[in-house]
Design a protein around this ligand. Structure first.
Ligand code: AMP
Length: 396
């Protein structure tokens, strides 16, 4: 696996695919610069080697070349974060880009205009990728957030850099974190899967059952499992067409010696609202008219016990409707347990969508080993898929 440290960038132009698809407010100011900061270590390494950086990214989903999707809006913020002047080319290919690259000197950064202003980017067009490739000497992919896409700049382009392509530091960290859970994880390995539906997690469950010792299930999908076992779930979220599947998962887990931990009690509400009346009851005795929106206190204790004896922990999906303060307690309690296990030496990876939001919202970001930056890319990795952006760097 080639990484940045395998190259010296002195007098080289690094063409870096970054993920600067950041949220902007109505005044086109960046409201969350996490993704820009995540690319900083790679950029600084290249500049310190004596090279220059040509940054390419997409922003949003432009249909044409609408100026609201222009990357010119983020130039100032990139400059602030990198501490270096950032030049901008208002087209990512053609004469404009070529001239800007020709004028680029060692130690300088050039940001190219939105790749998705050209429909060829998402189509994975080879001619477009080849044209982009003429801009740099070495191709660096540091965009984990788009690694699951076979686009021109994320995977097709790599073929034009035989021996001259590598992962950036962010990609390297993401790949190693996944490997630490899925391949080399110290036992016992525990996966916590929450979120809304079984249907969206089934491929992940299937893939990880061979790799884990404990499976904790929480969130909305709990109730499909509880109903499948004959429990009363009231008005809780359920996928009636997945009851057989839920039973099969439990049987499969048993056959593979994976201990499954389902909630034993729930915080129930008489409406899907933070202002609803609430109560606590056994998870399989929820009265009609009530729904389970969080795990109960006994479940919190049970799950914490499992987490604290685990050496490798993967967390995907909240344990309750954490967006509503009255149903966030279980998710927060799990965050504390994972933080404690991590402090005691366990490796913990939080990845894929809403659990990342929860970890950030409740301040656990620096108390777990790694928080993934790629929602879809992380989910597809957990599903066992080979990501095109990763495969393209590994191929010769
Ligand atoms: P996912 O994207 O599948 O990880 O689902 C995340 C969503 O699941 C969040 O918006 C949560 O509010 C929701 N969720 C978690 N627990 C429950 C529950 N008990 N009932 C309904 N929705 C839930």
């Amino acid at each position: 696996m080639k990484t940045l440290n395998d190259f010296n960038f002195k007098n080289k132009k690094a063409l870096i695919r970054v993920d600067f698809n950041v949220p902007l407010n109505d005044g086109f100011k960046v409201t969350d610069d996490t993704r820009i900061k995540s690319a900083k270590p790679s950029i600084i390494k290249i500049l310190e080697d004596g090279g220059s950086c040509i940054l390419m990214s997409h922003l949003g989903r432009p249909k044409d070349k609408e100026s609201e999707f222009s990357l010119k809006h983020i130039v100032d913020r990139v400059e602030d974060i990198m501490g270096v002047e950032v030049k901008f080319a208002s087209n990512c290919i053609g004469e404009e880009a070529q001239n800007a690259v020709n004028n680029l000197e060692a130690g300088q950064i050039l940001l190219l205009e939105n790749l998705r202003y050209h429909k060829e980017e998402e189509a994975g067009d080879e001619t477009f990728a080849k044209e982009l490739a003429t801009l740099g000497d070495i191709y660096v992919n540091d965009a984990f957030g788009t690694a699951h896409r076979a686009h021109a700049s994320t995977s097709v382009i790599a073929q034009f850099f035989p021996e001259k392509k590598c992962f950036g530091y962010l990609m390297e960290q993401e790949i190693k974190s996944i490997a630490k859970v899925m391949q080399t994880g110290e036992k016992p390995v525990c996966a916590i899967l929450g979120g809304a539906k079984v249907s969206s997690k089934i491929t992940i469950i299937d893939n990880i059952l061979d790799k884990i010792d404990h499976l904790i299930i929480g969130g909305g999908m709990t109730f499909t499992f509880i109903k499948a076992q004959g429990g009363k779930i009231g008005n809780s979220l359920v996928e009636d067409d997945k009851l057989t599947l839920a039973k099969e998962i439990l049987e499969k887990a048993k056959a593979k010696n994976v201990e499954v931990h389902l909630p034993i009690d729930a915080i129930i509400a008489d409406a899907f609202s933070n202002d609803a009346r609430t109560n606590t009851c056994d998870v399989d005795k929820i009265p009609d008219g009530w729904m389970g929106l969080d795990i109960g206190p006994n479940t919190e204790a049970l799950f914490a016990q499992v987490v604290l004896k685990s050496k490798t922990i993967l967390w995907n999906g909240p344990l309750g409707v954490f967006e509503m303060p009255n149903f966030a307690k279980g998710t927060i309690a799990l965050g504390y347990a994972i933080a404690e296990a991590t402090e005691n030496g366990a490796f913990s990876l939080v990845g894929g969508g809403d659990s990342v939001a929860a970890v950030k919202q409740f301040g656990f970001e620096n108390k777990v080993s790694y928080v993934s930056t790629g929602g879809g890319a992380m989910l597809e990795s957990l599903e066992g898929k080979t990501l095109p952006g990763i495969a393209a760097i590994l191929e010769n």
